[in-house]
Write a protein that binds this ligand. Sequence first.
Ligand code: UD1
Ligand code: CA
Length: 474
Amino acid sequence: MRTPEPQRFAIAILAAGKGTRLQSRHPKVLHEIGGKPLLAHVVAAASQVVPAQDIFAIIGHEADKVRAAVQSAGINFVLQREQRGTGHAMMEARQALKPFAQVLVLSGDVPLLTPHTIARVRDFHTKRKAAMTVLTAEPADPTGYGRVFRRTAKGKQTDEIERIAEQKSLRGREVERSEINSGIYAFATALLYKHIGKLGVDNAHHEYYLTDIAELLRKAGEKVLALRAEDPAEVLGVNTRIELAELDARLRARKARELMLAGTTIFRPETCDIDADVEIGTDTIIEPFVQLIGRTKIGAACRIRSYSVISNCEIGDNVLVLPGCILEDSVVRKGARLGPYSHLRPGCDIGEGAHVGNFVETKKTRLGKGSKANHLTYLGDAEIGAGVNVGAGTITCNYDGVQKYVTTIDDGAFIGSDTTLVAPVRIGRDAYVGAASCITEDVPQDALALARGRQVNKEGWTKKRRARIRSAAK
Ligand code: UD1
Ligand code: CA
């Protein structure tokens, strides 16, 4: 058998539990904060400390769904078929962790942990040559967490751990103990597995508690140490929906601070919802009550005005988004101006310097450089060139009840107000379409198309009608 490399760390992430306290049909670790699953945050932090191939998520409840949610990260999975406790989860990972001399254990429901702290646990554990290191903290309210009891020497607490006790087994004044077990550990792998078989299920949940290994190791004469977290907020766990909301708020506050320190202005950041993976360039201004969702990327010197909701969009530099826009899965190029109240549905590409205005809805539409659709318009499945003016109230009729068809408008064309474009149809370069036309056939380059009823004025018509009504009433 190959002996493990001395300091090679694996990371095991406990993520097999059901999360009963959330009252949910979905596995706990797939509940989201900051726009992505709890587990994805932990995987992202772990990936900054060790390579993805050294990370093992231990999954069980709804394993397929959990795997699907994070497998793009390139990590490994260990199946814990029955969830018989955190200690049992680590028993199931024995084979997978064999090649590693050391293992860091993280919890899939502790999502704010930073790579800095994971590395700190690793380095402390290595330097002190511990068998087990436990990351501890003293949050404002320790209720519900396991408590850490340290050994005392000469009346003072040491950094050696005596035992860890779960909330339900605390007796008398033990509940006052404020130092909690974060559920984040480092182990010398061989020592963990040498003693793990001694874990029992004599406790409130009849489960194998990983926490009990601390006392077992200590009794075997091994070194079990506590390391206090610099920021107790980092190790908060999610067990209820109330905690889920609290951690979401903390994560978003942290995200907003990071962005501001990097050069983005955010007014009233507490009113903005910015997901964890959003990127924003310098000197961009985010006004109150903006939501930036998913993988949205915003360039430099943009202004995103209030009440806009932007999901998974790529926005270039110098873009102005006026209030109340909803932008989804689209690209907006530099210098463009959107809104107020524009709706880009998925698949749009708004060109450099283009304008999309009030109550304009677009879907799978490319609007070329400098083109404008400023008022009350629907553009679906449209290929629109540069320098095009789309008049107020223009509608692409892209759907015949069965299939969708494309409307093409070439560079420089002018579409008069209230035009309906019945696709498939093409408007040629520099062509004009008269207002209120219903266009069913292609318009050649440079042509003027008129497709509407001719106006007829009937002189004196109302006067005669009034007289007729009056005499009938007599
Ligand atoms: C655990 C610790 C507690 C600590 C707290 C910190 C134990 C016994 N207790 O309690 O001391 O203060 O974390 O947040 O470990 N899981 C599995 N398989 C299982 C059971 C759980 O993978 O069979 C996973 C869960 O999905 C979860 C993690 O382990 O991600 C922790 O489990 P949870 O039930 O939430 O433990 P706590 O009661 O919070
Ligand atoms: Ca927990």
